[in-house]
Design a protein around this ligand. Structure first.
Ligand SMILES: Cc1ncc(COP(=O)(O)O)c(C=O)c1O
Length: 384
């Protein structure tokens, strides 16, 4: 038996249509996208264009060409951070950020004289928009927000934070790795300038998919950080100006994008909020159950606060890695333990010295029975 509770790392299983789309592409299309005029190359291009339309629809972007594909969310974050910052810029980020934000920022600090202020969070894991406002300086170019925490599951008040940044004339960059596909995201309505996400998590696409949304005009400030073949304007010694090609050097992972299109379509074809409502029911069942087990301490949002399907907890007397290993070996429950690539978040929660926490992240196909079995196993191992 396998109960997979690591959907925050990557979603599994995928809907059947995703496996079928990948397989069909590999067997029947096979050509590189955007690289030829023959029938199957055109079909490849059509498949990629369909993936862009699906993703644009999912995040409320009117123009699919503003979706830049890459290998994962880290790729998209590297492009946006290294592409937009200039020496001397200041950035407002938060303690909730993942290493795929923290490390590019640290590199900018080390090599390009960029300064970063990390805004804290409250006990539930929420950032106060007023703290963001207070951290903005005349040199601030960018506010970066991790929309959904991969540790606590807290969903930040993005509209309020974006409004603070807009009022100050500062760009808003969103790490939506843990929110897209789980909660509604509307980039244009929110006034988001750059939004990075993983195709292989909430959007239910295969591994090797990620994307960056670039708002109109932001391309004038966003340098391509990788150069290479694009299949168009080959006479130029630089990347073409057009989006998305300007930021997509080399052949795209077209089979995976075929799968991503199918995954997003699957999500969008459900009634509005159907998957989100299921995930909310499941995560609440899990959190409520964990809170009743003696010796278990649940971190993050209080009941009723905005959250995604991620929860972290610790168990008295237990090292998180040992606890997760016991869940796997005794019951086939697969979850993650440690710092979850978010060291500042664990620092803020006070869990660093404990070796981090145990994290469970159910998904679209997790059943109430899976949660009940998980709760029984947690209670049994905790000795409650
Ligand atoms: C909040 C957050 N940002 C970024 C990432 C990086 O995503 P990827 O593994 O697609 O690069 C993750 C991955 O877990 C994440 O949780």
């Amino acid at each position: 038996m396998r109960i997979y509770l690591d959907n925050a790392a990557t979603s599994w299983p995928k809907p059947e249509v995703v496996y079928n789309a990948l397989d069909k592409y590999q067997r029947e299309v096979g050509a590189a996208a955007g690289r030829g005029g023959y029938r199957d190359a055109i079909e490849a291009q059509r498949v990629v264009a369909a993936a862009r339309r699906e993703v644009a629809g999912l995040i409320g972007a009117a123009d699919p060409n503003r979706i830049v594909f890459g290998g994962n969310c880290s790729d998209a974050l590297n492009l946006s951070i290294h592409g937009v910052l200039r020496p001397g810029d200041h950035v407002v980020a938060t303690v909730c950020d993942h290493n795929s934000v923290l490390r590019p920022l640290a590199e900018q600090t080390r090599t390009r004289d960029v300064a970063v202020t990390y805004v804290g969070c409250d006990g539930g894991g929420y950032v106060d928009p007023d703290d963001v406002r207070r951290a903005i300086r005349p040199q601030t170019l960018l506010v970066i927000v991790t929309h959904g925490s991969n540790v606590t599951g807290a969903i930040q008040p993005l509209a309020e934070i974006a409004a603070v940044a807009k009022t100050a004339g500062v760009l808003v960059m969103v790490d939506a790795a843990q929110s897209v596909g789980h909660v509604a995201v509307a980039v244009e309505k929110l006034g988001v300038d750059l939004l990075a996400a993983a195709g292989h998590k909430g959007p239910l696409g295969p591994s090797g998919t990620g994307f960056l949304y670039v708002a109109p005009g932001v391309e004038n400030q966003l340098r391509p950080i990788r150069q290479g073949g694009t299949g168009i304007e080959s006479q130029l010694d630089r990347m073409p100006d057009e989006l998305p090609t300007r930021y997509e050097a080399g052949s795209l992972n077209a089979p995976a994008l075929a799968g991503l299109a199918a995954g997003v379509k699957y999500l969008r074809e459900r009634t509005v909020g159907e998957v989100a409502a299921h995930e909310a029911m499941i995560i609440n069942r899990l959190c409520d159950g964990l809170r009743t087990i003696a010796g278990v301490r649940v971190y993050g949002p209080a009941p009723g606060q905005p959250r995604g399907p991620v929860v972290s907890f610790s168990v008295a007397e237990y090292d998180p890695q040992e606890f997760a290993a016991a869940l796997d070996s005794s019951c086939g429950i697969q979850c993650r333990a440690g710092l979850h690539c978010a060291p500042r978040m664990h620092e803020a929660l006070g869990t660093t010295a404990l070796g981090g926490a145990v994290r469970m992240s159910p998904g679209w196909s997790t059943s109430p029975a899976d949660i009940d079995r998980t709760l029984e196993a947690v209670a049994a191992i905790a000795g409650a």
